[in-house]
Design a protein around this ligand. Structure first.
Ligand code: PMP
Length: 407
């Protein structure tokens, strides 16, 4: 592997040269969304300049170019997560839409009175609300795996929740609120042992670690393009072939049909069956370019650099008097979540913004896990591979100043 050179990598991201409040931007809101490399910006622009057309239907040159670009992006997603075939990859609007799609199709078909869906206490609202809605509709029950005081899933408790009634386990590979990396492979095997299917929420993981769907053996993997250096409004749903085949269509319309009469419609197979209407063609192509960019850097290089940076940042924040880090699991990625004594989290966010530092403050669409730790909100810096040790030092400096103002 070539050594990871963060100063070179940063040059690929034009927005990292922005000034905010007269200071160089320090983008530490990567768990909310990531910045885009020039390669992605250029790819989108190239599409609209040279390839733009609707796909599949027309017999002209640009339709062929657009179709090739779109299907090429599907192949890139396949390769990135090591799916067996492009038919396993459905383009969706993002993680939220992917989970809703599975709940509304697979879920409605397979869940009934007395069945159970298992999630963890760590989940984002996007991986809670669709299952709650499904349970209300079907009479199934939602069960929640508790976490320990570090924010890690309690595997013994998880084991106790798994029964022959468990039809689906849906959980995140990395917590967006705490950064916990869950033991996904083990949890998936445990679910399969009772005959349950597994949906893995990869929104916060695919940009930080190798995610191989065949080695994990998940039935579904979902993620969002915008959290992996690609555009908003596009994401991917991976499903095992037999699982996708067993799912009814969701939205009806053009593209997803083989034949329509007023009496009856014959659908295409996956993935077309789940892609009704004109999709987000350009952004799918842009997401493909983002994944190729990550492949060029090397996900292992990224993971190694980010791990060291997270260890450094954790130690730096622990030096700030009155700062309480929430989520101290041994296996973590990217996220630091904390409160600072004497300040509301939005006050800390505003003070950091004054210095050009972008963090999220609030409940991070994960209220249950914050309440598990007795708080309604935290300040959440989240790292990506383009962040630097020097940026962490600036963050620590501003926080230390805030802390001493209250002492
Ligand atoms: N799951 C997790 C773990 C997330 O972090 C997010 C985004 N914060 C989502 C789901 C929802 O993703 P999106 O808003 O892109 O649909």
């Amino acid at each position: 592997h070539p050594p990871f050179d963060v100063s070179l990598v940063r040059k690929d991201f034009p927005i990292l040269s922005e000034l905010v409040n007269g200071r160089p931007l320090i983008w530490l809101d990567n768990a909310a969304t990531t910045q885009k490399p020039q390669a992605v910006i250029d790819r989108l622009s190239y599409f609209y300049q040279h390839e733009n057309s609707n796909i599949h239907r027309a017999a002209h040159e640009l339709a062929a170019r657009a179709t090739d670009a779109y299907e090429g992006a599907r192949e890139t997603v396949r390769r990135f997560i090591n799916a067996p075939a492009v038919e396993n990859i459905v383009f969706v609007r993002g993680t939220t839409e992917a989970i809703n799609l599975v709940a509304k199709t697979w879920g409605r078909k397979h869940l009934g009175e007395g069945d159970e869906v298992v999630v963890t206490h760590l989940e984002h609202h996007a991986n809670i609300v669709p299952w709650q809605q499904l349970c209300q509709e079907t009479g199934a029950k939602l069960k929640v795996v508790p976490v320990d005081d570090t924010g890690q899933v309690l595997l013994d408790e998880y084991q106790k929740l798994l029964t022959s009634r468990t039809k689906l386990v849906s959980f995140t590979q990395v917590s967006n609120a705490l950064g916990t990396v869950t033991p996904a492979r083990e949890m998936i095997a445990m679910a399969h042992a009772v005959g349950a299917k597994v949906l893995l929420d990869g929104a916060q993981s695919v940009s930080h670690m190798r995610t191989d769907v065949q080695s994990l053996d998940c039935d579904f993997l979902v993620f969002s393009g915008h959290k992996i250096f690609g555009p908003t409004g596009i994401g991917a749903l991976y499903g095992k072939a037999e699982v996708l085949d067993d799912m009814p269509a969701w939205q009806g319309g053009g593209n997803m049909i083989q034949d329509v009469t007023f009496e009856k419609t014959v659908y295409h197979g996956a993935p077309a069956k789940f892609e009704a209407g004109t999709g987000n063609i350009a952004d799918a192509v842009g997401m493909g370019a983002a994944l190729e960019y990550v492949e060029r850097l090397g996900i292992e290089n990224i993971a190694r650099y980010e791990h060291e940076l997270l260890v450094y940042a954790t130690a730096a924040l622990n030096k700030v008097p009155g700062l309480r880090l929430i989520g101290t699991a041994q296996h973590k990625a990217s996220v630091l979540s904390f409160n600072l004594q004497g300040y509301k989290s939005e006050e800390v966010g505003a003070a950091l913004n004054q210095e050009g530092i972008a963090v999220r403050s609030g409940h991070h669409c994960a209220q249950p896990i914050l309440r598990r730790f007795g708080v309604e909100a935290t300040v959440r810096p989240s790292l990506a591979f383009y962040n630097t040790y020097a940026e962490v030092d600036v963050l620590q400096g501003v926080l230390s100043k805030l802390a001493s103002a209250k002492r």
